[in-house]
Design a protein around this ligand. Structure first.
Ligand SMILES: [Zn+2]
Length: 87
C-alpha cells in the first residue's frame, strides 16, 4: 500500500497515512479538524520502476532463447565439414 502525505491548510500539520489507492482521501486534520490537502510525491515513480523491471526481465528471456538456437547450427556445420574430409 502506498503512503500518502497530508498537509493541514489551517495549522500546517504534516503527516503520513497508509492507504489503498481505492480508499477515499482524508479531509480533516487530526489536530485541529481543519481542511487538509494530499501531497502526491514519489507514488507514480515507484509504479514506473516496477513496470520497467518487468520489461528488462522479459528481454533477457528472449536473449536466452536466441542463444540456444544458435548453438545447434554451429554443431551441424562442423559435422558436415567432418564428413567431407572423410570422403
Ligand atoms: Zn490542522
Amino acid at each position: 500500500m502506498p503512503t500518502y502525505q497530508y498537509k493541514c491548510c489551517t495549522c500546517g500539520y504534516v503527516f503520513e497515512e497508509f492507504q489503498a489507492m481505492t480508499d477515499k482521501p482524508l479531509k480533516k486534520c487530526p489536530v485541529c479538524s481543519g481542511n487538509i490537502e494530499r501531497l502526491i510525491s514519489g507514488g507514480s515513480g515507484f509504479l514506473f520502476k516496477g513496470s520497467g523491471f518487468y520489461i528488462t526481465d522479459h528481454r533477457s528471456d528472449d536473449y536466452k532463447m536466441a542463444a540456444r538456437k544458435d548453438k545447434p547450427v554451429d554443431k551441424q556445420e562442423s559435422k558436415t565439414s567432418g564428413k567431407e574430409k572423410a570422403k
